[in-house]
Design a protein around this ligand. Sequence first.
Ligand SMILES: [Zn+2]
Length: 212
Amino acid sequence: MGFFDSIKDLQETAANQNKGGGRQYLTLEDGDKFRVRFLQELSKDGKGYDEEAGTANVVDIHQSPYDFKKKLACTIESGSCWAHEQLATNAKWKTKKRVLLNVAVLEKADWVSKVLDQTLSDNHVITTLIEYAAEYGSIVDRDYNISRSGKGMNDTSYKLIPLSPSDVEEGVADLVLADLAVAYKVLPYDEQEAFFLEGATETAGSKPASGW
Ligand SMILES: [Zn+2]
């Protein structure tokens, strides 16, 4: 952080911090376990579907094979997508589905609003969550425990355990949901190549993209 010369600087910093609806991701380290409450259903036919809360958002993204931190939403549906064009020569540019979901997380004694961002791979929790949704007809009717074990790309797995059905605890209902539509950056076609390749080096090409 540091000190600010003017209110304007402070406002700009705050605005950047909150870009994209002020979302904050739920991140777990090896061994972490959190109690969570999903704040929206996976799909509109969930028993607890609420129009205002909406549903989970599934986004197709591309991740640079040279730098896994560089991710953009796929724009092929609007006609052109630079990463899609790279597929002819490098399959690592293929789209990956990310599932985004608003979730309340119990941190110490307080419920805070976060975004869960996971893939559909079996070591993430979404495929399990889909099974619970089918079984219970809802994912918002109870709390869950989510945990992570493992540090690396290949040995990390997440686990999701449903608790007994319960009403939401105090503090959960008042939480503000993040706007999932802006969770991944969307750039116009003519800016995509520069975004992905800026700072990319030849040797970096041997690094595999991160799985999460
Ligand atoms: Zn694409």
